[in-house]
Design a protein around this ligand. Structure first.
Ligand code: ZN
Length: 124
């Protein structure tokens, strides 16, 4: 019988090729239900911790209750992806090697993109 608890999915960078994990470190295909950080925050706010905890993974709901989402900041998201995904470390190394090879093969295009992002960031 599948587990009926809600877990919170972690945000992965766009280049991630591994199956996303939950906040408690499980593969999303190893859970009965996976919801976003914001959905769990809404559930927590609406039901309260005790009631929401009856249908949610306590590790995941604790992450939400402490407000530890990585947020929109890409450095925080990548840092969390690299430091909280220990069991697929070899796969992450393969992803980084592929990114490195892509940049090397398209150096001019990459430099132009970085310059345009810098320009947008300065304007914002
Ligand atoms: Zn969980």
């Amino acid at each position: 019988m599948p587990e009926l608890l809600d877990h919170v999915s972690r945000i992965s960078p766009s280049w991630a090729t591994t199956l996303p994990l939950t906040e408690c470190g499980r593969r999303i295909d190893d859970t009965g239900s996976t919801i976003t950080f914001d959905e769990m925050a809404e559930k927590f706010k609406r039901q309260g911790k005790q009631r929401a905890g009856m249908s949610s993974c306590m590790t995941c709901i604790n992450r939400v209750s402490y407000g530890q989402e990585e947020g929109d900041d890409i450095v925080s998201r990548v840092s969390a992806y690299l430091t909280r995904t220990h069991r697929v470390w070899g796969e992450i190394a393969h992803e980084l090697e592929a990114i490195d090879a892509l940049v090397a093969a398209h150096r001019d295009e990459y430099d132009d993109l970085v310059a345009s992002v810098r320009t947008v960031t300065r304007i914002a």
